[in-house]
Design a protein around this ligand. Structure first.
Ligand code: C2E
Ligand code: MG
Ligand code: MG
Length: 576
């Protein structure tokens, strides 16, 4: 066609604004005024285009080109040439008008109107408000509304962008970068006990303190409710990361004043470092998060190391196999006798879960129960243990021909208490096996009260309503707040074996055990000593007034058949 491909600025402007005289009768295009969008009709010949008619909205847009003195116009002539060359009847372009008209976003659409007269309809769609909404929404999505800091999405976006830019840039940037996380401990307690307004105030105070301790080239974000993170770049040894972690930790050192309360906030701190040229910032963020888990336990600053990743992978593989084992009914229970120290008779059994994996061999519950708790598998696992243990007790009743005067102790993890309808699960197991509540003891640890004491109390009350017995397991290893325990419906304190086993050699342990025994006594609670391995210990504890004993001296945890044999052998029959 030989059309000039591109028109310069003045020609574009003229083409858009000038009318072609007398070519077509403009009167017939009054309908343009009824259109809600800026529309005009142009006529095209091989050398030129000219305006035939336009509506008001179109005129206003054209006017704004003039008013703003823009120096580029949409090259309609060129676009129409392209349409004709390609045989298109319709053409749309996302026209980057903000380059020409600040804060305006126009899309242009051209359609062939009349082939004979070579008429084209040109419309401008004003997308400015949609675009502004999109930008605002994106900003909102990236910002934590309380503190104004970036949220997790914003943090990830910014650090990815920063690393990408540095890699492209000709100017050499820092070799390394680090992500540090501060996790405020027990923040949910503040919300719960002092209220969410106070919780917000606490977050704001910490955020502003962190901000004032951060350097200008460091970038701070609030990842979620109680986690803050910092991105920093550096060269040389990693000591600077630990220094920065310590510098910002100062934000937590001073107590925070909330109304008339002074709150001291503890925090766990972790970090992970990466190389700007090769490491993915999202991997480094994940590493920092893995190290944070460790920091929450160790209560120290933890820098991520690759064996932490190995541990995580190991945990995941345990989780996968454990899930399969639960679904495949591959778990079993062992039963460890509990002895009434005064009479020397069997009082009951503690059900202890066992996992014998085809490739791993026998896996200790000390290793897989924490994985089950973290993954939520403890819910189906715990329900299975409840059902199985209750069923076994009933089975022994049947085998011995009458209801045995025995209790079955079942361990309950803190996670079950929070996430399962545990009282329902217990009553379901009782109903299923047709045994009464007074034959079941639920063992729970002090950690069950830490997360949500009110809920813990409610669950315990519903368990008491079922007539079950409640035992505090591993007593002495947790918070050991006896005054608090006094207010809970606890029947038995099980003194942890770490105090019991060595109490003959270790005077301190001896004192602790005898103090716990007399305190429990005065509170009207029974006591069980765990980990009795010798006759001497058994006698000593009996003399100190301990109610029950459990340990290798009496019996190790026994499988179903051995436990049945134990029942038969232990003069138990005589009693029946
Ligand atoms: P636990 O509830 O305190 O159970 C007692 C643990 O001490 C058992 O370890 C038992 O084998 C061991 N033990 C008993 N007497 C002695 C002794 O004289 N000397 C020594 N050295 N150890 C003794 P096990 O079976 O390895 O269980 C470990 C922990 O795993 C349990 O501690 C309990 O916290 C948890 N666990 C076991 N089964 C379950 C379950 O079904 N559900 C839940 N949630 N946790 C369970
Ligand atoms: Mg136990
Ligand atoms: Mg225990």
């Amino acid at each position: 066609m030989g059309i000039k491909a591109h028109l310069d600025r003045d020609i574009c402007k003229e083409a858009l604004t000038s009318s072609l005289d007398n070519r077509t009768n403009m009167q017939q295009y009054h309908w343009l005024d009824s259109l809600p969008i800026a529309t005009a009709i142009y006529q095209f010949d091989e050398q030129n285009i000219g305006l035939i008619s336009q509506n008001k909205a179109f005129t206003i847009i054209m006017q704004s080109f003039n008013d703003l003195n823009v120096n580029e116009y949409p090259d309609i002539f060129y676009m129409i040439c392209g349409m004709i060359e390609n045989g298109q009847s319709q053409y749309s372009e996302y026209w980057h008008s903000e380059k020409f008209i600040p804060y305006r976003q126009l899309d242009i659409n051209i359609a062939r109107y009349n082939k004979v007269d070579n008429l084209f309809i040109i419309s401008f769609f004003d997308k400015t408000s949609e675009e502004t909404n999109r930008i605002n929404l994106r900003r909102e999505m990236m910002t934590d509304s309380l503190t104004g800091l970036s949220n997790r999405v914003g943090f990830e976006d910014k650090i990815e962008e920063k690393i990408k830019q540095d890699r492209k840039s000709a100017v050499k940037s820092h070799d390394k970068f680090a992500i540090i996380i501060w996790d405020m401990a027990r923040f949910s307690h503040v919300n719960q006990f002092v209220g969410t307004m106070a919780g917000d105030e606490l977050i704001l105070t910490i955020a502003s303190r962190l901000n004032s301790n951060a350097l200008v080239n460091e970038f701070l974000a609030r990842l979620n409710g109680n986690e803050f993170a910092l991105f920093m770049q550096y060269d040389g040894p990693d000591d600077v990361v630990k220094d920065a972690a310590g510098r910002l930790k100062a934000a937590f050192d001073q107590p925070c004043q909330l109304a008339d309360l002074e709150i001291q906030v503890e925090c766990a701190i972790s970090s992970a470092v990466g190389y700007a040229q090769k490491d993915n910032p999202m991997d480094i963020l994940r590493h920092a998060q893995i190290a944070l888990k460790k920091a929450k336990h160790s209560k120290n600053y933890e820098l991520y190391t690759s064996d932490a990743m190995h541990n995580v992978k190991h945990r995941f593989s345990i989780e996968t196999d454990l899930r399969r084992a639960i679904e495949g009914d591959e778990l079993s229970l062992n039963y460890q006798p509990l002895i009434d120290l005064e009479t020397g008779k069997l009082n009951g059994f503690e059900a202890l879960v066992r996992w014998n994996d085809a490739s791993r061999g026998s896996v200790s519950p000390v290793d897989f129960i924490p994985v089950a708790e973290e993954s939520g598998l403890i819910i189906p696992l715990g329900r299975w243990v409840l059902k199985e243990a209750a069923k076994q007790l009933k089975q022994w009743d049947r085998e011995f021909g009458s209801e045995l005067p025995l209790k079955m102790s079942i361990n309950m993890s803190a996670v079950q208490l929070v996430r399962d309808d545990f009282a329902y699960a217990v009553s379901d197991a009782m109903r299923n096996a047709n045994i009464s509540g007074d034959r079941i003891t639920i063992e729970l640890t002090e950690s069950a009260f830490i997360e949500d004491p009110d809920n813990a109390r409610k669950v315990m009350e519903s368990l008491k309503a079922l007539n079950t017995c409640l035992a505090m397991d591993d007593f002495g290893t947790g918070y050991s707040n006896l005054a608090y325990l006094q207010q809970l419906p606890i029947d038995v304190l099980k003194i942890d074996r770490s105090f019991v086993t060595d109490m003959i050699r270790d005077k301190d342990k001896y004192s602790i055990v005898s103090a716990v025994l007399s305190l429990a006594n005065s509170l009207g609670m029974k006591t069980t000593a765990e980990g009795i391995e010798t006759q001497e210990l058994s006698q000593l504890l009996t003399g100190l007034g301990c109610s029950y004993g459990q340990g290798f001296y009496y019996a190790e945890p026994l499988n179903r058949q051995d436990a049945c044999a134990y029942l038969l052998a232990n003069k138990f029959k005589e009693k029946l």
